[in-house]
Ligand binder design. Structure first.
Ligand SMILES: Nc1nc2c(c(=O)[nH]1)N[C@H]1C(S)=C(S)[C@@H](COP(=O)(O)O)O[C@H]1N2
Ligand SMILES: [Mo]
Length: 324
């Protein structure tokens, strides 16, 4: 039975930052170097300092989700304020500046929305988003998220484990990988930075996708996902760099061969297929030893697998310096 959990993170009026303060804080982040990181990292940032005033964006379903459990998997670290999680984004289909997704993703239509699941499986099919939302009890997972650019956040995500969803489509013995595809519609995405081969694609080994930490997010902070965070459904893979957590998924395909992935196609020396968070493997253009948690002044050490050692057995026998 579903119980209605009392929101543990009520969004206080004080968190809805007045615009002036907001601009100030953006400048502050820029001064801290986050803008410069964005500049350096073609992986997730073309542009310089975060700029422009984000438009106020409807924050998903105001009625809220009914969650039947909540698991803190971020070691009791304070979740990053909702305002930051939803206004400092990477979603290149809506622009390459951190502030652009919140500004432009309002044109994304998330209803009707159909997820197709096909390829090497015995029960391929389609499922509409509103049926998907009812398929499993919704739970909340508080996870750390670490972008390859060197910033990180802590987010209460709402959804369910990816594995049981995939299992319903009965992957067959040839299924070794899972490929994921984001919607691409230039009409809904007029601000797409012309920098990536669309549609955005990602992939996992099947056993990675079945790992209990792999999560399908349908909401955050107890509400439907805002468009800029990947509505209506996205992956959340907390032990991997953020670019693996593909947004606004329309298609899942079980494959025999490793699927092509967007960042690996565009810069194979910089973005590997595995993309596990690893402070011991520097990006060719910057160190991965530390990261800056949004809102914090000082950098903190980056942890192997982003502090989720339970996934280590997936990679035993792999040289993570080569298979990055
Ligand atoms: N389709 C799509 N998915 C995407 C991206 C993108 O540009 N397009 N950016 C990725 C990157 S680099 C990161 S860090 C996360 C950011 O998720 P957030 O904006 O919810 O924090 O989304 C990932 N998923
Ligand atoms: Mo990222």
């Amino acid at each position: 039975m579903l119980i209605r959990l009392k929101p543990q993170y009520p969004i206080r009026p004080s968190e809805i930052t007045p615009e002036g303060v907001y601009h100030g804080r953006r400048r502050f982040l820029a001064q801290l170097g986050l803008g410069a990181i964005g500049l350096a990292a073609s992986a997730c940032g073309k542009a310089g300092a975060p700029s422009g005033a984000p438009q106020p964006q409807a924050a998903g379903d105001s009625a809220g989700f009914k969650l039947d459990k909540r698991t803190d998997m971020a070691g009791k670290e304070a979740p990053t304020p909702y305002e930051d999680v939803t206004h400092y984004n990477n979603y290149y289909e809506f622009g390459t500046d951190k502030s652009e997704p919140a500004e432009y993703a309002g044109t994304l239509r998330t209803r009707p929305w159909t997820l197709a699941v096909e390829g090497e499986c015995d029960a391929p099919g389609h499922i509409g988003i509103d049926d998907l939302l009812k398929l499993f009890p919704l739970e909340e997972r508080i996870y750390r998220h670490r972008c390859v650019e060197g910033w990180s956040i802590v987010v209460p995500w709402d959804g369910f484990a990816l594995g049981p969803l995939l299992a319903r489509f009965k992957p067959n013995s040839k299924a070794k990988y899972v490929a994921f595809t984001t919607l691409y519609d230039p009409k809904q995405m007029p601000h797409a930075g012309g920098v990536l081969p669309w549609p955005y694609r990602e992939g996992l080994r099947l056993d990675e996708a079945m790992h209990p930490l792999a999560f399908l997010s349908l909401g955050l902070y107890g509400k439907a996902l805002p468009n800029q965070n990947g509505a209506p459904l996205r992956l959340t893979l907390p032990w991997k760099y953020g670019f693996k957590s593909i947004k606004s998924i329309v298609r899942i395909e079980f494959t025999q061969q490793a699927p092509q992935t967007t960042w690996n196609i565009s810069a194979p020396d910089e973005y590997g297929f595995y993309a596990n968070v690893n402070p011991g493997v520097d990006h060719p253009r910057w160190s991965q030893k530390t990261e800056r948690r949004l809102g914090e002044l000082f950098k903190r050490p980056t942890l192997l697998f982003n502090g989720y050692p339970e996934v280590a057995s997936l990679y035993s026998g792999l040289d993570l310096r080569t298979y990055f």
